[in-house]
Write a protein that binds this ligand. Structure first.
Ligand SMILES: *[C@@H]1O[C@H](CO)[C@@H](O)[C@H](O)[C@H]1NC(C)=O
Ligand SMILES: *[C@@H]1O[C@H](CO)[C@@H](O)[C@H](O)[C@H]1NC(C)=O
Ligand SMILES: *[C@@H]1O[C@H](CO)[C@@H](O)[C@H](O)[C@H]1NC(C)=O
Length: 383
């Protein structure tokens, strides 16, 4: 027995170690199976979770509002607003209860009597602003900051995004009635069959059939502005996978650069809003066009990356005939969809464009003098 004891003991310890070894394997296998299962589950369910969350944004009711509705004018500026004198004349003809102004400019830039000719802009810069690189996702970040600030005032019912080179083509009351009477947002949104910007890595979170393109210059109803602000899913995916292709730098490593060039060249601000709204299944709540006119110079030498360069309006181009030609446009043809968009607001035929870009100060001065935004006010001209 005493002889067997060690044997017994040893066989028991070997049994034990076999047991523990077996347990380890079983545990590892089950842990592995669990992780594998979780991964599978996640990869199978997360697109639908994303889809449900995005759809939920659109289902939230907007609190009713009974006061005088305001339009929030959201300016995206590099620094100052060079056309402030024209906007001053525009806002001078307006009832102050019917509009509000927000400006996103470079961090630290303050609008006061030294930096703007119009008191309407004093102190209207966002406290929180980011450095914007044109054509990158920081642009969307800036747009979202503007929307965030403007949503804090419950009287703001429409949100118009404008650049520092945009001009109004009508007086305030015309713009107000046009935009407020429409229960829909104005968001240029179309399918581009030749699109090469969609990055398959976005799938299945952003399905390719929901991928849209459109002008960045949008006008949103409050509910859609709230959806943009609530979105914490689609924007991070854009930040990760929708990036502008860097330009070739002849001094750098050309091979590495050519590899980078093969990646999807994506301009986030031309896709984010229309794609988000289409994922929220809100295409029916949109007038699928922009109300800001841009003239594209389609000369090949002007092509920048993958997009045409907008033409800049000088004094000559801002003639009454030139402006009338823009105002007379009543439909837009979308070549890639064979779709003709007849311009409507609340079911009524309207001119397509209320604003235009890109205007030089001399072109804007001509609009002011010609009374495009209202009767010419002497002190506005003296500036
Ligand atoms: C504003 O413009 C519209 C259309 O151009 C015009 O009919 C209207 O009389 C103008 N209103 C004011 C207050 O100037
Ligand atoms: C929109 O159109 C409808 C039907 O024509 C009309 O009853 C309504 O008053 C209009 N809404 C606004 C805000 O103008
Ligand atoms: C378009 O760009 C070309 C080349 O840069 C230039 O020569 C031409 O004047 C531009 N056209 C307009 C209408 O701006």
């Amino acid at each position: 027995m005493t002889k067997k004891r060690p044997l017994y003991a040893s066989s028991s310890s070997s049994l034990q170690s076999h047991f523990w070894f077996g347990m380890k394997i079983v545990t590892s296998i089950s842990v592995f199976m669990c992780i594998f299962g979780l991964l599978r589950l996640q990869s199978r369910s997360s697109p639908s979770i994303v889809r449900d969350k995005v759809l939920e944004f659109g289902r939230r009711p907007v609190e009713p509002f009974f006061g005088t509705p305001k339009i929030a004018f959201l300016f995206l500026a590099r620094r100052n607003l060079p056309l402030d004198f024209l906007w001053h004349a525009f806002f001078q003809n307006a009832d102050k209860r019917t509009f509000s102004i927000y400006v996103h400019s470079e961090p630290g830039f303050v609008f006061d009597e030294f930096t703007t000719k119009s008191s309407f802009f004093y102190g209207r810069q966002l406290v929180k602003s980011v450095r914007v690189a044109w054509g990158e996702s920081s642009m969307i970040k800036a747009e979202r900051l503007l929307i965030d600030a403007a949503l804090r005032d419950p009287a703001n019912r429409r949100f118009i995004l404008l650049s520092d080179s945009c001009v109004p083509l009508y007086n305030f009351s015309y713009v107000y009635n046009y935009v407020i009477s429409s229960p829909k947002s104005f968001v240029d949104s179309f399918l581009d069959a030749k699109d090469s910007r969609y990055n398959p890595k976005m799938s299945p979170m952003i399905p390719q059939d929901k991928w849209r393109k459109g002008s960045q210059w949008i006008t949103l109803v409050r509910r859609h502005a709230e959806i943009v602000l609530a979105d914490d899913i689609i924007f991070p995916i854009f930040r990760k996978y929708c990036k502008r292709r860097p330009a070739l730098d002849p001094g750098g490593n050309l091979i590495a650069q050519r590899v980078a060039q093969k990646e999807h060249n994506c301009i986030p601000d031309e896709h984010y809003m229309p794609t988000l709204l289409s994922m929220s299944e809100l295409d029916d709540e949109l007038e699928r066009r922009t109300i800001t006119y841009t003239s594209w110079n389609e000369s090949a030498t002007e092509m920048e990356g993958n997009r045409w360069h907008p033409m800049k309006f000088g004094y000559k181009d801002a003639s009454p005939e030139g402006i009338k030609r823009i105002k007379d446009i009543n439909h837009v043809y979308y070549e890639t969809e064979y779709r003709t968009e007849w311009c409507h607001s609340n079911g009524t035929s309207v001119p397509c464009f209320l604003f235009a870009r890109k205007f030089s100060p001399s072109a804007a001065l001509r609009l002011l003098r010609d009374g495009v935004v209202g009767p010419v006010v002497a002190n506005a001209l003296s500036t």
